[in-house]
Ligand binder design. Structure first.
Ligand SMILES: [Mg+2]
Length: 90
């Protein structure tokens, strides 16, 4: 069951400034930064970069919602159903 707010971070200006290709590329760069921190003994640096990925993904979802009309709540249910079928929640 999915409850609560669709987004956790405030709406970033990149929703207006970026297209979906640029934003997906940005998620990739943030994921690369997270991976680069894996050797850091201070886990907070990894956590910070993973949170950047999360924020960047939210921005991509806002772009999909606002510029392409994707129903994000319906999408969440669809993805959760797919992952339920795959046994991810057991
Ligand atoms: Mg970063």
């Amino acid at each position: 069951m999915i409850t609560g707010m669709l987004y956790h971070f405030p709406r970033a200006r990149f929703v207006d400034e970026n297209g979906i290709y640029g934003q997906v590329s940005h998620i990739n760069s943030e994921a690369t930064e997270a991976a680069a921190e894996l050797g850091n003994p201070d886990i907070q640096f990894v956590a910070m970069e993973v949170m950047d990925v999360y924020h960047s993904a939210e921005t991509a979802l806002r772009i999909l919602q606002e510029k392409y009309g994707v129903d994000i709540k319906a999408l969440m249910f669809k993805v959760a159903a797919k992952n339920e079928e795959r046994g991810y929640y057991k």
